[in-house]
Design a protein around this ligand. Structure first.
Ligand code: BDR
Ligand code: CA
Length: 318
């Protein structure tokens, strides 16, 4: 069971991804917090309180960067995730201490302790991951795989026409991460927008005996209201949980071409765009060089069932 480090901006779908990983028996050895949906400190508190409610308060949580690399933190997405990042759900205060190291330091330490084994799952802006790279440029050779929820390969963005939130929130950091030499699995909007949790699924989560799953169900109610404005019905797309399920090998990508990915960190209309060199998809086109990233364009139909199965299993585990 490979060790997993999760870097997140908890966040409603981050909370579901966390519950899914715990319920699925992932070997979660540390969590980093970064500003995104909410600020890094609030996100860390949300993460700690949810871990404790799920009976996993021993998993260390490290505070990461508050500000993106080049610009001040923009204040999150309260219209999507609520003022507190978790849909105004009040989790019991577990009063846990933060780890005595920063999130980038924790990532580097864990990678060094388990060379070639650590799976890193990044479901927030990439500020902490870029900082870890600068702390230890050998990091890519020390981890097993880096799975990133972010970007839009051929699909439209969700913040600007070209950019997705996690990348848009820190394009400079993302550009550094994609320029480094590691095996990346990118889970972009192309695939996350087409896996949808419906009302009946939500009811199953809310009926769980696990207080942590119930709490995530309440958070998702807020998310469903937001997506009603997008889809015209209460439901929610699955960004972070899908990336988590792919990262731990429980959901298979059915289309994941290799591509070189660069991030636009300029000031123009493309800021935050993930430019994925998918020209190899054209029949007969010479394979572009420098590919180091699997870009997940499609995943199996059973992805939502797997996310539900894993998350609901938390009731049995705790
Ligand atoms: C991503 O941005 C955040 O709002 C979500 O938690 C997810 O990680 C989707 O664009
Ligand atoms: Ca997130």
């Amino acid at each position: 069971n490979a060790p997993v480090f999760l870097d997140c901006d908890t966040g409603i779908d981050d909370a579901l991804a966390l519950a899914y990983l715990l319920g699925s028996g992932a070997n979660l050895v540390g969590v980093g917090s970064v500003s995104g949906n909410t600020d890094a400190l609030q996100g860390a508190t949300n993460t700690q309180n949810l871990l404790a409610l799920a009976g996993h308060g021993h998993v260390p949580v490290a505070l990461g960067h508050h500000h993106p690399q080049a610009r001040p933190y923009g204040g999150g997405a309260p219209h999507v995730h609520g003022q507190n990042g978790i849909g105004e759900v009040e989790l019991p205060d577990a009063g846990l201490e933060l780890a005595p190291e920063s999130a980038p330091e924790m990532l580097v330490r864990l990678a060094r302790a388990t060379p070639g084994q650590l799976r890193v799952i990044a479901i927030g802006p990439l500020t902490n991951i870029a900082a870890a790279l600068r702390l230890d440029p050998e990091l890519p050779g020390l981890i097993r795989e880096l799975t990133i929820m972010g970007g839009a390969a051929m699909a439209p963005g969700n913040i600007t026409p070209a950019s997705e939130a996690n990348i848009h929130n820190d394009p400079e950091a993302a550009a550094e991460v994609f320029a480094a030499d590691w095996e990346i699995v990118l889970v972009p909007l192309d695939v996350t927008m087409s896996h949808v949790l419906e009302e009946a699924d939500l009811e199953r989560l809310q009926a769980s005996e696990s207080p942590a799953v119930q709490a995530v169900g309440s958070m998702l109610g807020y998310y469903f209201d937001f997506y009603k404005g997008v889809f015209g019905r209460r439901c929610s797309v699955m960004h972070d949980p899908l990336a988590a399920a792919i990262a731990v090998g429980r959901v298979q990508a059915t289309s994941a071409p290799y591509a070189r990915v660069v991030v636009d960190a300029t000031d123009g209309p493309g800021r935050g765009q993930t430019i994925c060199d998918l020209r190899g998809l054209y029949k007969g086109y010479p394979k572009p060089s420098g590919a180091h990233c699997r870009v997940v364009l499609e995943a199996g139909e059973g992805a939502i069932d797997e996310i539900l199965r894993g998350t609901l299993a938390l009731a049995d585990a705790s």
